[in-house]
Ligand binder design. Sequence first.
Ligand code: IPM
Ligand code: MG
Length: 353
Amino acid sequence: MKICVLPGDGIGPEIMEQALRVLDALRGDGFDFEAETALIGGCAVDATGTPYPEATSKLAKAADAILLGAVGGPQWDNLPREQRPERGLLAIRKELNLFANLRPAILYPELANASTLKPEVVAGLDILIVRELTGDIYFGQPRGIREEGGERVGFNTMVYSESEIRRIGKVAFEAARKRGKKLCSVDKMNVLECTQLWRDVMIELSADYPDVELSHMLVDNAAMQLVRAPKQFDVMVTGNMFGDILSDEASMLTGSIGMLPSASLDANNKGLYEPSHGSAPDIAGKGLANPLATILSAAMMLRYTFNLEAQAVRIENAVKKVLAAGYRTGDIYEAGTRRVGTREMGDAVIAAL
Ligand code: IPM
Ligand code: MG
């Protein structure tokens, strides 16, 4: 199995090191892999002038799966748009057709106090957000800033074709079928035609999934319901822009964005796996970052790309064990638990494996 490793910027390299150690510890358990590392994001800009160099693209295309740390940092914020680290991320998603972004928001019982919401509102939370990742206003044309009537006018285009909606819908219905069999599709059909089509296609698709209960919610209401009563949701499916916003909101229900993995898949389950959090430049290089989201992303990789469910569960159970034993990095620390650094957290997971 060929894995393309993209540590990226900030805490990326530190957390990636721990995820690779965990994968190493699994070698032999029906699993072996070859890892090759390449540059993406700010470090790639510094070395080559572009956030997604040709060599990285080649390696990513040849690999079965891609494991990514994080990209970005303040030193690259003032570069022209094409050279910003985020561009690297958007480019690899688009080039590899990684249209299905799975973002679970799970609250581990040991971390119930880490949430800013009341424990009874979030205890037992287990939501999967399925976000479309290669379309919508993120990529729609035309886009830009132009002069019009003596002033500047900014414009972007929200656009979805029927086939784009149908393929992400299928992923979401299939995911719901394997879980609580409830799917909530989020749109803004009261204002936007593009999302009226979204709703129509979801309703058409639902005929193929009589066992899944489909509901619809407007995005503003969904944002409210997520903090009011988040446990009403099982799987949510939405477009790129709404999904970007709602997935950040959902992650904070768990109180610890440092715990959440994600997968971005193409039609053949080739995938890019990355933690949901960013590059945390403020703690980079200090050995303080929480590696669990990256370790859990590696588990998602075993599950979705390599079909190694048992090995994925082994990693997830090891993480649960480590939390139950009281190990905490700074982001999830509370009095009475045991504060550890990035590497010690990796050690604890490997020991628990
Ligand atoms: C995400 C991020 C990216 C996005 C940025 C970094 C381009 O916020 O993965 O959610 O907007 O998709
Ligand atoms: Mg985001």
